[in-house]
Design a protein around this ligand. Structure first.
Ligand code: HEC
Length: 199
């Protein structure tokens, strides 16, 4: 049984390595449906669910404690460290990306862009798993799913309170992340898993 398990594990690793090699010629392509794709799809899904919950809970607590202006300051200081600390726990890189990013650190890379474009062009945006240079990347659409998102991402004339807009412009002088409507695609979660090396 033990030998079988080891054999199975090596075969899985070989599969993963093969997937990563072929991806070098076609980076940004969707990986074929296989056991590893399904496994990464599941991990990505549960990690992003937890992340979403953690971020939302923190923003709600900050708003309750100090109002929306304070919540913007809180997001400015805490959103990245929060995602980074969870990256360490889950042993992967957790990011949020957007074509209309607010924080320049969330700017998509060349290989992210086709995935985001694909999500935008299909009315029913779904999670995607790709392989790219030795890693597997999971993407999940982030929509403007609640009216409260518009307090900080809605229209600049009216929907975003003047005081909030002032602090957004002050923290993010090149902000692109306003003018959204409910249901719009706001960006995506991006989870990068390193493919384990064969020993
Ligand atoms: C209190 C204001 C506020 C609210 C409410 C808010 N956001 Fe944001 N959002 C921000 C700020 C500030 C940033 C930049 C965070 C940073 O510096 O990492 C941001 C960044 C993001 C990003 C990362 C991409 C980028 O543009 O940098 C996504 C995705 C996002 N918000 C989605 C949402 C969604 C979806 C909702 C509703 C569930 C929401 N936001 C509600 C203020 C807010």
């Amino acid at each position: 049984m033990k030998i079988n398990a080891t054999y199975f594990f090596s075969a899985m690793v070989a599969l993963l390595v093969a997937a990563s090699c072929s991806s070098r010629q076609q980076s940004g392509q969707e990986a074929p449906d296989s056991i590893d794709t399904i496994a990464y799809m599941k991990s990505g899904d549960s990690i992003t669910r937890i992340m979403q919950e953690v971020l939302l809970k923190n923003v709600m607590q900050a708003t309750k404690a100090g109002g929306a202006v304070y919540a913007v300051e809180f997001c400015n200081e805490r959103a990245m460290p929060l995602t980074d600390s969870l990256s360490a726990i889950y042993n992967c890189r957790i990011q949020r990306i957007s074509d209309r990013f607010r924080n320049p650190a969330n700017k998509p890379t060349e290989s992210d862009l086709p995935v985001l474009e694909g999500m935008m062009s299909s009315g029913q945006a779904k999670p995607v798993v790709t392989s790219d240079a030795g890693s597997i990347v999971y993407y999940k659409p982030i929509k403007i799913g609640m009216a409260s998102c518009l307090n900080c991402h809605g229209s600049e004339n009216g929907q975003i309170d003047r005081n909030i807009l002032d602090v957004i412009k002050q923290k993010y002088p090149a902000d692109n992340a306003t003018g959204y409507k409910e249901g719009d695609l706001r960006g995506a979660w991006k989870i990068t898993f390193q493919i384990p090396e064969q020993h």
